[in-house]
Design a protein around this ligand. Structure first.
Ligand code: ADE
Length: 234
């Protein structure tokens, strides 16, 4: 199978592959299931100070990444497959549905911002989509890009050994995952739920389904409402 190409644009290239060089993603990187190209945005600066940012028009705190520099960096990955995604707290919130969409792309190009963000014109000129990893502010897009890649890569064929376990996970069916247990069957006086020791597959499936529903109902009323809404037959 062809290598899935990822390009990252950042002013901190040494942050990559970071945690993605270990574990499942790291093994898949070594095997050539995906490839990682990291470009230093500073290499596209043209002045002698290699400046990538400037003060915001209209005033205000912090600095803004320059459109000319960002545009040149994006031009360098223009021919690479897949969409350009800018990691930003203003973007579409990353959830498992978006993770699936991104995993189905031909590749990914990730733009990591620093300072207050990137000049709007560069984003518009290069047709950049924005994705947020949550309603909180990080000091840069690099860790957000790693979160996104971690979630996306594990859906790519050949990255996870056991594709079956993917279907059972939290969010895949619109529910949080049921609780998990392993040996010993009795630990410090705490027993494993009876149903799981029965060896009766249908009983186990039902127990897990009920637990997943109960945990979702209690912890995530938002997910629960959507799940209930999607189930038209009951
Ligand atoms: N950059 C800073 N905060 C971010 C967030 N929450 N998501 C994506 N990129 C970011």
């Amino acid at each position: 199978m062809a290598t899935w190409q990822v390009s990252v644009l950042t002013i901190f290239p040494e942050m990559f592959p970071g945690p993605l060089g270990l574990s499942l993603a790291g093994k898949a990187l070594e095997k050539g299931i995906w490839s990682l190209e990291v470009l230093d945005i500073r290499d596209f600066a043209r002045d002698k100070h290699r400046s990538v940012d400037d003060t915001p028009f209209g005033g205000g705190a912090g600095m803004v990444m320059r459109p000319d520099v960002i545009d040149q960096a994006l031009a360098a990955v223009e021919t690479r497959p897949g969409p350009v995604v800018y990691l930003s707290p203003r973007g579409r919130l990353l959830d498992q549905a978006l993770v699936r969409e991104l995993a189905a792309q031909a590749g990914l190009k990730l733009l990591c911002g620093r300072y207050e963000g990137v000049d709007q014109r560069a984003l518009e000129a290069r047709n950049v989509s924005e994705v947020s990893v949550g309603d909180y502010v990080l000091s840069g897009g690099e860790t957000a890009a790693q979160v996104l890649l971690d979630a996306v890569l594990r859906l790519r064929p050949g990255v996870m050994g056991n594709q079956e376990s993917l279907a059972e996970e939290s969010f895949e069916r619109g529910l949080l995952e049921y609780p998990l247990y392993t040996r010993p069957a009795d630990w410090n006086g705490r027993a494993v739920p009876e149903a799981l020791l029965s060896g009766h597959h249908e009983k186990i499936r039902l127990w897990r389904q009920r637990q997943a529903e109960e945990i979702t109902r209690q912890r995530r009323p938002d997910l629960w409402a959507r799940y209930r809404g999607g189930k038209s037959e009951d």
